[in-house]
Ligand binder design. Structure first.
Ligand code: FES
Ligand SMILES: [Fe+2]
Length: 406
């Protein structure tokens, strides 16, 4: 029997990892120890790539948005040269936050504390009353690694983050027809979840729970069914997709299959049920077709950029998932809905219809993940065996254990 734990009796992380049983859920300490949480963040979560924004949020030079996670605040700004860059929102004088508003437009950044000012490219422009000897060249805002991929802005807090090169080589062509760089954020919502962040990620990665937990989702999407029952649906969808020029490439480069030095990524397309065109309550279109698509193939693409940024690309909208750790037992699930950039709310799409499926699904996930955490906290909790349908959850746990052991 596993004893309920307190922060004072956490085994060391090395001991926990050494005692881990492959193919099983993790021990309790992985989900509730403050010490493990701190190491999760430093060793695994922060160095990964994070979806931080969309280029449509910063259309003009001088436009900025903040991306904030844990203690970090990052300024995403479009420079005078049109390039989107990321800088730590930390003044090089005595460290004050520089931007206090979540978004805005500036000619230069001015620190609210003593009014040092910085150019849009991060360089120090003036340091009030500091005299001529100040080393301006070395006091620019610290850059944060940043990549723009099909209009999606990602940042990483690693010193030497993984590369996007191989992913671009593999995914640029199959992603092009969806025109993700020509979308905009229609809505974003955060769902507080009283659970460890890993339970959210584990839950997202399996559809074993979909049949019991998600009646709305399983009416539209057969992902929860056994492979041999889904195969004919996928074959029919592939035929329709081919005619419409919708890519159905299957590319899976995660963990052991990830090229050395590369970000992990996956891309695939799966069929919805017959007659279901997109992820809505009635299966009918909700927004203008994305990018260059000429029609509905009745499919949806799963895209992962890194392991923490899953996206689902329907023909007329996109949902992006974000897992936001707050503390060992507290997280947020953020859902971001993208539609074509020229779509107007109320005219080209109805927000309630657009967000219905992934709102109702996320609300249900919040409930099951919180119950999962409560059970895990019990002295009677003992990690159980994972099902075949939990293959991707297992892969996530293997990857987690592997990267935490390095
Ligand atoms: S802390 Fe920014 S100017 Fe002093
Ligand atoms: Fe779910």
């Amino acid at each position: 029997m596993t004893r309920a734990m307190t922060s004072s009796d956490t085994p060391t992380l090395d001991a926990l990892l050494a005692g881990r049983r492959k193919g099983y859920a993790l021990d309790q300490a992985f989900y509730r120890s403050p010490g493990v949480f701190a190491q999760d963040m430093e060793r695994f979560f922060l160095p990964e790539w994070h979806f931080a924004g969309h280029v449509s949020e910063v259309p003009e030079p001088g436009d900025y948005v903040l991306f904030e996670v844990l203690e970090e605040s990052v300024i995403l700004v479009r420079g005078a040269d049109g390039v989107v860059r990321a800088f730590a929102n930390v003044c090089r004088h005595r460290g004050s936050r520089i931007c206090l508003e979540a978004s805005g437009h500036v000619r230069r950044f001015t620190c609210p504390y003593h009014a040092w000012t910085y150019q849009l490219d991060g360089s120090l422009f003036s340091a009030r009353l500091m005299g001529p000897d100040i080393d301006t060249a070395n006091l620019g805002l610290k850059p944060v690694p940043c990549e723009v991929f099909h209009g999606l802005i990602f940042v990483s807090f690693a010193d030497a983050p993984s590369s996007f090169d191989q992913m671009r080589a593999d995914l640029d062509a199959p992603l092009a027809p969806f025109g993700l760089e020509r979308t905009k954020i229609a809505h974003r919502a955060r769902y507080p979840v009283a659970a460890n962040w890993k339970l959210l990620v584990e839950n997202y990665n399996e559809c074993y729970h979909c049949a019991p937990a998600h009646p709305e989702f399983t009416r539209a999407d057969p992902t929860h069914m056994e492979a041999d029952r889904v195969a004919p649906l996928n074959r029919a969808m592939e035929g329709r997709a081919r005619e419409l020029g919708i890519p159905t490439d299957y590319i899976d480069r995660v963990g052991p299959d990830c090229p050395p030095g590369s970000v992990d990524y996956t891309f695939s397309r799966h069929s919805l049920y017959d007659g279901v065109l997109t992820g809505t309550e009635d299966g009918q279109p909700v927004a203008p077709l994305l990018g260059d698509l000429a029609g509905y193939d009745g499919g949806a693409s799963d895209l992962y950029v890194g392991i923490f940024n899953p996206m689902l690309i329907y023909c007329d909208y996109v949902v992006i998932y974000r897992f936001i750790p707050l503390a060992e037992g507290r997280s947020e699930q953020e859902i971001i809905w993208l539609v074509r950039e020229d779509a107007t709310e109320g005219q080209d799409y109805d927000l309630a219809r657009l967000t219905w499926l992934w709102d109702v699904t996320t609300v249900a996930d919040k409930t099951i993940v919180q119950s999962n955490q409560q059970g895990v906290n019990s002295r009677y909790y003992e990690p159980g065996p994972l099902a075949g349908m939990e293959h991707y959850t297992q892969r996530f746990l293997n990857l987690y254990a592997d990267r935490m052991s390095r």
